[in-house]
Design a protein around this ligand. Sequence first.
Ligand SMILES: [Zn+2]
Length: 337
Amino acid sequence: MGSLRLLKWTATLLLLASACKQPAATVTPEKETRPHRAKEGKGREAKASSEDGKGDEKSDDAPQKYTVPFAWETSKAEPLALTRAFLKESFEDNKTYMEHGPKFFSAFADAELPRATVVTCSDSRVQPQAWDETSENDDYTVRNFGNTLTGDEGSIEYGVEHLNTPLLLIIGHTGCGAVKAASGDTSKLSKAMQAQLKGLQIPKATGAKNENQAWAQGVIANVHNQVNLALKKYGKRVQSGSLTVIGAVFDFRDDLGQGAGKFMIVDVNGNGESERMEAFMAAVNEGPQAGKNGKKSGKREALAPEEAIRSLEQVKGIITREVASASNDSANAGHVD
Ligand SMILES: [Zn+2]
């Protein structure tokens, strides 16, 4: 780099760095380095423009561009520093991920074949590796604040009805901010937030020993609510056996006393009784012999197919059609209420 070019380069950086420290009002849009402030400015400009009757060139629909942020921050805690650090790590992680090689990616390059439509909260502490280390082409995941069905109805429909996943897995989590917010006064929140939280109807906790327990109760109640909503909508599929709706909770706080990070099923097709959950878990973990040999015997002998089916039928609560048959609504339900 020539010395003149270096000088210009340094001057540019200094200019950008100083612009970064200036209040938004003194920075022209072209030199703006803080997008969020620039947006505020944009709103004001658009309003002024329409008041002046100068046409609609700066209307909200017009595409906007802001200067690519590039400045040296004075602290690692500054938004731009955090952004750059995040992206730097992303590129490093991606480089490592690419080491899987072309064979790994070509396996799913042309077809999406997930087994599960997963609906979970957007919470940054909730990540799929908690329940699936190899989620590629297996988890079709929809995330929103509070893991609601109403929050992303179309996306969930795509997973269930177009990708035909045999499992709809709804995962709530302890410490959920959406559950807490929906349990309190939402009147001061934005309309968009209120609309999102309307998808959660949290009953008042009963018999909770402390606030965390009450909160966890709310989390579980929300999962049951979302499962029930899903059963109303997809009852036909559940009845035919082509879909199972599972409600689960991921407990990274150990509020439920099963160990920090525990992923547990709390609802299977509308059933939440502990006996049925245990029977279902035994069937999941042990297969058809669960009803016959059980965990206590320690035996895992292979059963003949017809014997295995009889054995499975003996597991209390495994074969359940109550949800589908008890409600005629489910047969013709075509929308989320
Ligand atoms: Zn949450």
